[in-house]
Design a protein around this ligand. Structure first.
Ligand code: COA
Length: 254
């Protein structure tokens, strides 16, 4: 699939979002491809770290809005939820190189990455409310934990973007670099990890995540049920239709 490039070199699985003409928005097929690649990497002892990357100008515009409109998720086994369950429980180190906008799941998937290297053009946003939706990927729990409730409310209720400096300060990302250097840095760090004892990496990651693992898993189920319902409701339908028609949504009668 050319929308998704998958490569394994030197113990590092690299998943590249490659749908730049549509701002790397993610289709059901791409979620399925990413979930499958992670599942194979889980079982493959030769894969010791995973890197997600997009383009120097765009990480991801989030879920494909045409898919939201025409094929809304229909249950916990939908490709997007399968992908989210897989990445959120993935035991080996996961890295990301993020440049340009990271919208919706483009930001929330980063809560499940261990090391994130951002270009100084990175802009993170979780505009679920603006789309008549609610948070996913455990972000209703993880964003307040990481950012504090006040900043999480600006990000999740107002849907306001935040830039790389703020993301660094709150610990969502590990370092800011020029956009031309983010992918190479992520690869270098992934190779460093790949040379370390895998069992120590896995145990250290497990221990660091232990206190939140059960809460995140149950929150994702609850978010998923609400998200699936809200995708079909009038506010979301209006938001998606407005995006496709390149106009502002009108929520005044909803
Ligand atoms: N789903 C489907 N198509 C999308 C998309 C998405 N999430 N995001 C962008 N695209 C498409 C646009 O429809 C447009 O297609 P066209 O050339 O056929 O008209 C193309 O990608 C370029 O997008 P455009 O909006 O013109 O680019 P931009 O540089 O002005 O803005 C973004 C970039 C990311 C800020 C903007 O595209 C955006 O806000 N996208 C929607 C983000 C969103 O709400 N995602 C859902 C989160 S839950």
């Amino acid at each position: 699939m050319t929308d998704l490039l998958i490569d394994t070199t030197d113990g590092v699985l690299t998943i590249t979002l490659n749908r730049v003409a549509k701002k790397n928005s993610i289709t059901a097929a791409m979620y399925g491809g990413m979930a499958e690649a992670l599942a194979l990497a889980f079982d493959d002892a030769a894969v010791r770290a995973v890197v997600f990357q997009g383009h120097e100008t765009i990480f991801s515009a989030g879920n494909d809005i045409g898919d939201f409109l025409n094929a809304p998720v229909s249950g916990q086994d939908s490709p997007v939820f399968l992908f989210l369950r897989t990445i959120s429980t993935f035991p080996k180190p996961v890295l990301a190189a993020v440049c340009g906008p990271a919208v919706g799941i483009g930001t929330t998937l980063l809560f499940h990455c261990d090391l994130v290297y951002a270009g100084d053009n990175a802009a993170f946003s979780m505009p679920f409310v603006n789309l008549g939706l609610c948070p996913e990927a455990g972000s209703s729990y993880l964003a307040p934990q990481l950012m504090g409730y006040g900043r999480a409310a600006e990000a999740l209720l107002l849907g306001e973007p935040f830039m790389a400096e703020a993301a660094l300060e709150m610990g969502l990302i590990s370092r800011i670099v020029p956009p031309t250097e983010a992918a190479a840095l992520a690869q270098r760090q992934a190779r460093k990890l790949a040379a370390k004892p895998l069992s120590s990496l896995i145990e250290t990651k497990r221990l660091m995540k232990l206190s939140q693992a059960t809460t995140v898993a149950s929150r994702m189920v609850e978010e998923g049920a609400s998200f699936g319902r809200m995708l079909r409701e009038p506010a979301a339908r209006e938001a998606f239709t407005a995006f496709m028609e390149k106009r502002k949504p009108d929520f005044s009668k909803i």
